[in-house]
Write a protein that binds this ligand. Structure first.
Ligand code: FAD
Length: 534
């Protein structure tokens, strides 16, 4: 069976050959997880098409650009996306509307509702989407030209394949590759196969950028157009920005919306600039794992919702690192390079998901691990979710996740390891919990990170390497500052042994209970369960 990404690429190729005999009245860019104007491949092509068409006719009848954003409540629920992510995306759409206005472009928001219970939902969605686009043309016989950027989850790929199949003389849908720095499928080994190990893949990734560099100015080409002039002659008020969402949908939004980072393109670039300006980027290697510090970039929500492109981030690193991503002249570990390498991990997981699409269908990359006999104790799982395991480092992290929608990579690895190894709970339970609570929830990176930590995924930790919670705590929160911040029951405790290992029965105080598992014994049980399955 062809992979969904191959079907998409075939559809893309076919759609690029279609040329309209009918005049194009309206060019539409469908914003999805690319909520930005700068360096947006699909939008760039939409503007290019518009300008070609505008040369043919001018004045008030000239073709115009319309921006479209659609909300599909069912898909949101199916993806288990978090309220934090939803709030961030809605804020980003609002900001996008204001920025597009400055270019005389109206942003239309439409909400999809399932109508016919007998018809497949994805087909209904595809047809509904086409109707929305065709309905934006000003004259009944005119054509619309629609661009969008590919999303690489399996359902999304199939959805776009379906929509591409609806192309006709009035509706031209084109999909572009925009989400990754290097397009999925572009990096293969000498034998032409896709990589499953990060390190050789990463070398190829850097090599690829070098050989495809269009100019010495940037590491990777970007796709921006002139924003100093309005795109449309007039700003048409399409009266379609006011949209209504169901009460159930709105109930997903976080209770403390003020804590959501400012979801604007300007702020995304400012966060990146500050990361370098405050020298955090240069101290990334030494500090990134200390859980009490805010020492990483915090760009993930911007990257996931597409408010900034990873191409822009990689180019920034390139310039800050003396126009290089891998400097052979620097012997010691280079922080900026390693930061860019982390950004590359995101590409890696997306490439993996495109090539092994079953990963986005709740399956482990390492098939043999599907036989692990998980204990799946629901009570223990709920204690993990709410930060009540009695292991201070785990509880502090899980409480922070619930309150802020964000935790660092080290925190994610610690808690994922604890759930899948010490508690022997199926990693997919944790993966779903993270997706429901992370502001940067991303299927490829999340399942990749869970696969890595639970030793079930691609290029993962060997199963016998099990994080020791006491040592993680000692190394990455040496004075217990983070633990005291998130566990009020322990805020007055100065005994480092208690902060690292939890409290014994005799010491039980302030309602904080003793650990729900013994670390040594649970480690042995995990080793046994993995050994049996492999
Ligand atoms: P920085 O350290 O500043 O890194 C910069 C950017 O590089 C990040 O914003 C992100 O886009 C990318 N990046 C960094 N580390 C990784 C990584 N290990 N894998 C993939 N991309 C990376 N990342 C998500 O974006 N969404 C998720 O849902 C997600 N779930 C994860 C679940 C687990 C169990 C683990 C171990 C990791 C997960 N990650 C996820 C990866 C990583 O933890 C986050 O990207 C990172 O913590 C975000 O914080 P930051 O922007 O400050 O990262």
């Amino acid at each position: 069976r062809p992979k969904p990404i191959d079907l998409l690429n075939q559809g893309i190729e076919k759609s690029q050959k279609v040329d309209s005999k009918v005049g194009i009245d309206t060019v539409v860019h469908w914003f999805r997880s690319d909520l930005r104007i700068s360096d947006n491949v699909g939008l760039f092509h939409a503007v290019k098409k518009l300008q070609e068409q505008q040369k043919k006719s001018s004045g008030h009848d000239a073709p115009r650009l319309v921006a479209l954003y659609t909300i599909n409540e069912h898909d949101f629920r199916a993806h288990l996306d978090s309220g934090w992510k939803l709030q961030f995306a809605l804020d980003a759409v609002n900001s996008l509307k204001n920025e597009l206005r400055k270019l005389n472009v109206a942003l239309v928001v439409r909400v999809f509702e399932t109508k016919d219970p007998l018809l497949s939902r994805s087909l209904q969605y595809a047809k509904w989407f086409k109707d929305q686009c065709v309905g934006l043309a000003r004259n009944a016989n005119d054509a619309v030209f629609v661009t969008a950027n590919a999303q690489y989850e399996t359902d999304e790929l199939y959805r776009d394949v379906k929509i591409l199949g609806l192309n006709d003389s009035q509706f031209h849908f084109q999909v572009h590759h925009d989400q990754c720095t290097v397009i999925p499928g572009a990096l293969t080994s000498g034998k032409g196969t896709q990589y499953t190990v990060f390190t050789p893949w990463y070398k190829k990734w850097v090599e690829y950028l070098k050989t495809h560099q269009k100019s010495g100015k940037d590491a990777v080409a970007t796709f921006s157009f002139d924003t100093s002039k309005p795109i449309n002659v007039d700003l048409e008020e399409l009266e379609s920005y006011d949209y209504t969402l169901s009460d159930e949908f709105l109930s997903y939004l976080p209770n403390q919306p003020l804590d959501v980072p400012e979801a604007t393109e300007k702020q995304a670039h400012e966060v990146l600039r500050q990361f370098f300006h405050t020298k955090k980027a240069h101290e990334y290697n030494e500090k990134k794992d200390f859980v009490a510090l805010s020492s990483t970039s915090r760009l993930s929500c911007y990257i996931t919702s597409g408010v900034i492109s990873t191409r822009a981030v990689v180019n920034y690193c390139y310039h800050e690192n003396g126009n290089s991503l891998m400097r052979k002249d620097i012997k010691q570990n280079n922080s900026v390079e390693n930061f860019a390498k982390e950004v590359a991990w995101r590409d890696f997981y997306k490439h993996i998901m495109c090539n092994w699409p079953y990963i986005s269908m709740d399956l482990a990359f390492k098939f043999e691990t599907m036989d692990i006999k998980w204990e799946n104790d629901t009570e223990k799982f709920h204690k993990w979710c709410s930060g009540e395991t009695g292991l201070p480092i785990v509880d502090a992290i899980m409480r922070k996740l619930l309150h802020t929608g964000y935790i660092s990579n080290r925190c994610r690895m610690i808690t994922a390891s604890f759930l899948s190894k010490n508690l022997l709970v199926d990693w997919r339970w944790g993966e779903r919990w993270f997706r429901k609570h992370l502001i940067d929830a991303d299927l490829a990176s999340n399942s990749g990170g869970w696969g890595f930590s639970s030793s079930t995924g691609v290029d993962c930790q060997p199963y016998f390497r099990i994080f020791n919670m006491k040592l993680q705590s000692e190394k990455y929160d040496p004075k217990g500052v983070f633990i005291k911040e998130w566990i009020p029951e322990l805020k007055d405790v100065d005994n480092l042994k208690i902060l690292r290992e939890g409290i014994s029965n005799a010491q039980m105080a302030n309602g904080y209970s003793q650990p729900i598992v013994d670390l040594k014994e649970s480690r042995e049980r995990a080793l046994e369960a993995f050994r049996e399955a492999m």
